[in-house]
Design a protein around this ligand. Structure first.
Ligand code: 2KA
Ligand code: SF4
Ligand code: MG
Length: 237
């Protein structure tokens, strides 16, 4: 019997909408559950069973989560005929051991794997050794989570050592960038990517325009949320 993982949704083909691989055609695996509860979370349906996020809706775990075998998920991802699979959540590294056989199968077939993580879970050497790339998105004060829950210095230092890592911060204001600067100075994070917060096109564009000059001035990289611009505020894109 193959391992099971707790899945929210499998979707694609689409394109990676965020970070260094923006625009690359890919398939998505969104795992269920998260150890944080960010106010502005764009995927509260992966964890918010009480209506804690700004969206205010209490999702039903029985509807949103499915325990699926790795073999079954692998077959669905392979059918999309992509060169890149993005694993997100929720917080996918809460299932890092369970997902390892899936990641190994994908990489053995020449398919690149990127993992979107909030940076609070220390990645295991066995997962790193498979050759995944991490897009690490530590949360700032405006997420509403307490600092001791959202910043794990040991985990961030370990991510910093992984090949191809990118640190991607969700920002709305120039003050948010100052907070990123403080974290960068304390932990030596590099490279830094800034991404505008927003579930809707108008918010993405407004926040992008607010931060752009200061991002460049600080020597950082800027990403949009391409899937939001292309398809709007929808699930499964
Ligand atoms: N197209 C697309 N790109 C993405 N990059 C990161 C995503 C995420 O939800 O983590 C995401 C997503 O939900 N859709
Ligand atoms: S870490 Fe990500 S998935 Fe978890 S609550 Fe925050 S934004 Fe949502
Ligand atoms: Mg998303």
């Amino acid at each position: 019997m193959s391992t099971t993982i707790v899945v929210n949704e499998v979707f694609g083909p689409t394109v990676q909408g965020e970070g260094p691989s923006t625009g690359h055609r890919c398939a998505f695996l969104r795992l269920g559950g998260c150890n944080l509860s960010c106010r502005w979370c764009d995927t509260p349906y992966t964890w918010d069973w009480q209506g804690l996020s700004d969206d205010g809706h209490a999702y039903d775990p029985h509807t949103e989560l499915t325990a699926r075998s790795v073999n079954d998920v692998l077959a669905e991802l392979l059918a999309m005929d992509v060169r890149l699979v993005v694993i997100s959540g929720g917080e996918p590294l809460n299932q890092q051991r369970r997902m390892r056989p899936l990641v190994a199968e994908l990489i053995s077939r020449g398919i690149a794997v990127e993992i979107e993580t909030n940076g609070t879970v220390v990645p295991e050497d066995e997962l790193i050794a498979l050759g995944v790339r991490f897009n690490v998105s530590p949360k700032l004060a405006h997420s509403g989570d307490e600092e001791h829950r959202r910043i794990n210095a040991d985990a961030l230092r370990k991510f910093q050592q992984t090949p191809g890592v990118a640190f991607k911060f969700v920002c709305r204001s120039v003050d948010d960038l100052a907070e990123v600067g403080t974290l960068q100075a304390a932990l030596g994070l590099d490279p830094i990517w800034i991404m505008p917060e927003g579930k809707k096109e108008q918010a993405v564009i407004a926040h992008l325009q607010t931060v752009a000059d200061e991002v460049v001035r600080r020597g950082w990289n800027l990403t949009t949320r391409l899937h939001v611009l292309a398809w709007g505020d929808r699930r499964g894109v």
